[in-house]
Write a protein that binds this ligand. Structure first.
Ligand SMILES: [Zn+2]
Ligand SMILES: [Zn+2]
Length: 421
């Protein structure tokens, strides 16, 4: 137990960490281009926020939350997603007064007590964007375009965008009634989970993956047939904008998303390469959420991308990640005087932005040179008593094998020219 990470968690290091950082860098640049600013919300919130914000009937709230009492007997939950926290923050800090929309992104861990056999982690990571303060269909399309552009920049292929509209509250109400009627008349054929889902929220049944339920779902009324003119027009405009952006999509009436807060546009980016759990990104419009969390009603749209899933796809597509080894110079040493000087020179080089490393292990000269190769040093030099006394040493270009005689006292300046030009 002591030397094993808890089930569903993972250490991130090595080449995987490097790729992760590259992906995060792309996300940050992307958000900058879209005018989306970072927000860091707490990793835990009051449990009530998720009951209201995510919805009491959802699988997340029913089965998957890490909820505990703190020492003052408050009910606390590790965040299972980021949207509710951003909404809470928006209300708490009166961001209504901002010029709208308020665009925010977050990158960080989320926590859900899930079945790890399905390749899901209990601590997983999401990149999410929330755009708050507009009912315009432009916002829906913009949110979608952020994901499309992210996948483009990462070079991820074979991902399909599926969109749907759930309509406004009135449309959903009409649809719910029809759905209830249909499912109610087929209730005997549904799985036990669905029977209890049906009582709480019939829409939830549409998410069921059981084969017996799938057969019923296939014949169920579709929400698009229940949209009023305004909701239809909204959806048409979203599609028109996507068409103009050149972003391909398919309309999929079966997408309802697992969370209660969605209204009108919902979307998923689904990968064909990574099997049944291929949803890389889910999102949509959520006009009810801010009011649900205690604020004034406000139009919002957003999405979350699973970072582990992205990396899984990148690896499947590009092969195993490689760790890069890069060092500008290895400054080896012999004896005490050599050690002292080499460490001092290495330090001064780092202050100049030159990547330098000296011997901090006490290796033999031969082992030091081997090590210099391993860390990918572009240059190497060995400093011993003679080199320091005579202020002369041989600087070796590790790629070409060429050596040049240099003054030890000028080594920092020489390297500055070589590396920074
Ligand atoms: Zn409507
Ligand atoms: Zn079912």
């Amino acid at each position: 137990m002591l030397t094993e990470a808890p089930k569903g968690t993972k250490d991130i290091y090595g080449s995987y960490m490097e790729e992760w950082q590259r992906v995060e860098q792309v996300m940050r640049e992307l958000c900058s281009d879209f005018g989306i600013k970072e927000i860091r919300i707490p990793i835990f919130e009051h449990t009530e926020l998720y009951l209201r914000g995510v919805g009491e009937t959802t699988d997340i709230v029913q089965k998957e939350m890490y909820t505990f009492k703190d020492k003052a007997d408050r009910s606390i939950t590790l965040r299972p997603e980021g949207t509710a926290g951003v909404a809470r923050s928006f209300i708490e800090h009166g961001m209504y007064n901002n010029p709208q929309p308020t665009r925010r992104f977050y990158i960080g861990p989320m926590f859900r007590y899930e079945n790890t056999q399905k390749g899901r982690q209990r601590q997983f990571h999401q990149f999410g964007v929330e755009m708050l303060g507009s009912y315009s269909p432009a916002l829906d399309a913009e949110a979608i375009s952020v994901v499309a552009e992210l996948l483009k920049r990462l070079g991820i292929k074979d991902v399909e965008l599926r969109i749907n509209s759930l309509g406004c509250n009135e449309c959903r109400q009409r649809y719910n009634t029809a759905l209830k009627e249909y499912i109610g008349s087929n209730i005997d054929k549904l799985c036990d989970d669905c029977k209890s889902r049906f009582d709480k929220n019939p829409l939830r049944v549409l998410d069921c993956k059981e084969e017996s339920c799938q057969r019923i779902i296939a014949e169920a009324p579709v929400v698009l047939d229940y949209l009023d003119d305004e909701c239809k027009e909204h959806f048409e405009t979203v599609k028109a904008i996507l068409d103009d952006m050149g972003i391909k999509y398919t309309v999929d009436e079966k997408i309802v998303r697992g969370l209660d807060y969605y209204t009108r546009t919902v979307f998923e980016f689904v990968a064909n390469g990574i099997g049944a759990q291929g949803t890389v990104c889910g999102g949509g419009r959520y006009d009810n959420l801010i009011a649900e969390c205690g604020g004034q009603p406000m139009g919002c749209a957003g999405f979350a991308v699973g970072i582990e899933r992205l990396l899984l796809m990148l690896e499947a597509q590009n092969g195993e990640f490689k760790e890069t080894n890069e060092m500008d110079i290895y400054i080896g040493s012999i004896g005490k005087e050599g050690l002292v000087k080499s460490q001092g020179i290495a330090y001064r080089m780092r202050s100049e932005g030159i990547r330098a490393e000296g011997d901090s292990v006490g290796r033999s000269v031969k082992a030091q040179m081997k090590y210099a190769n391993k860390i990918g040093a572009k240059y190497s030099v060995i400093l011993g008593d003679n080199e320091i006394a005579e202020d002369t040493a041989n600087l070796k270009n590790m790629e070409t094998g060429e050596q040049e005689q240099i003054k030890v006292s000028e080594l920092v300046e020489i390297m500055k020219k070589k590396i920074n030009g």
